[in-house]
Ligand binder design. Sequence first.
Ligand SMILES: Nc1ncnc2c1ncn2[C@@H]1O[C@H](COP(=O)(O)OP(=O)(O)OP(=O)(O)O)[C@@H](O)[C@H]1O
Ligand SMILES: [Mg+2]
Length: 387
Amino acid sequence: MTDVYDIELEHVTKQFGDFVAVKDMNLTIKKGEFFSLLGPSGCGKTTTLRMVAGFEQPSEGEIYLSNAPVAGVPPYKRNVNTVFQNYALFPHLSVWENVAFGLKRKKVEKNEIKQRVGEALEMVEMLPMKERKPSQLSGGQQQRVALARALVNRPTVLLLDEPLGALDAKLRKAMQLELKKLQSDVGITFIYVTHDQEEALTMSDRLAVMSQGLVEQVGLPADIYENPESAFVANFIGVSNIYMADVVSRSGDDAVCKTDKGLGVKCHVRGHEIVAGDKVGVVIRPEKLSIVPVENAAEIADRQNIYEATIKAVVYIGSVTQFIVDIEGKHLAQVLLQNLFHNDRQEWHQEQKVKVGFWDDSSSLITDVERGMAEKDLMGEVVKRAQ
Ligand SMILES: Nc1ncnc2c1ncn2[C@@H]1O[C@H](COP(=O)(O)OP(=O)(O)OP(=O)(O)O)[C@@H](O)[C@H]1O
Ligand SMILES: [Mg+2]
């Protein structure tokens, strides 16, 4: 069986005058998939959604919904509904009337309206508040009404543009779980826009990371985190230690690299077609680095990469301790150490001599080193975040 794609974007470009907001975008989103668009402000997320919904036309390329091209099809004729960031509820209408509004306008039969509105409100657990006006609801409750208003149309695709952006952290977490459950219960295809990386990683089946109108990488959450393909993705999704390096030698799946500051690194090639002389970026996530006082070096003796380092900053964060270390006077690195034992805080201190190490297959490689930022900027950012 061939895959069923609910949504396909083929070489889609959107220009506003001279400005290119979305560049040559190719995406396929499967039926029933929870797909997220993740990226910083202005990278083209909303513009992409608006093109899928039909509020904007691509300047170039083609969009397909259920395998049919939709160029020229107006929004109300696409089986797609959008939940906007600001909810856009009608303030003078009750919860019930807000949800019924679209169906009434489509002249759906009265009994059917009653049944469908009831079902939609029940789904988001807002039936008991059906008589209230939006001003009498909390942010999260308004959000749920906005969802019910989209669900009542029984769309095959739901587009959600930062739907939880206005909620406080706790409510946001609760709504994330509710939304995810709703999506898997109802089986609707979701395109979910967010600039919150944790939200995208925890909720999505797959996600696309965007930057300046370009899709940087598409993949499963774990793939995006473990194998970022560009410095941008490595740094936007979590924190990364990235070092520019030359490949010195390669043997099977093992490679030896030397960083631009002369640090030797043994790593796994991870399917990259690299040969000696290639330029790569070596990416090591902070939690993949181990740290021990010099006298306990034996504890990490099985790592293929072991270095002498000096602690430059140490921050106790409860579940973990975060370090900035200077590796052999060559590179700064961030290290996260899980606090495993009760009240067993090591007496870590600044300028302490330590050993840091990691297994060769705990790192990943970026081969497209032209794309992305300089190491200096990245480490500056890491140090800033740690302070
Ligand atoms: N109608 C328009 N005319 C001109 N430029 C536009 C228009 N709509 C969007 N843009 C520009 O296109 C770029 C992408 O905008 P878009 O709204 O898609 O970003 P976004 O990723 O949704 O950002 P945010 O996270 O801030 O919502 C921005 O630089 C924006 O200024
Ligand atoms: Mg937006």
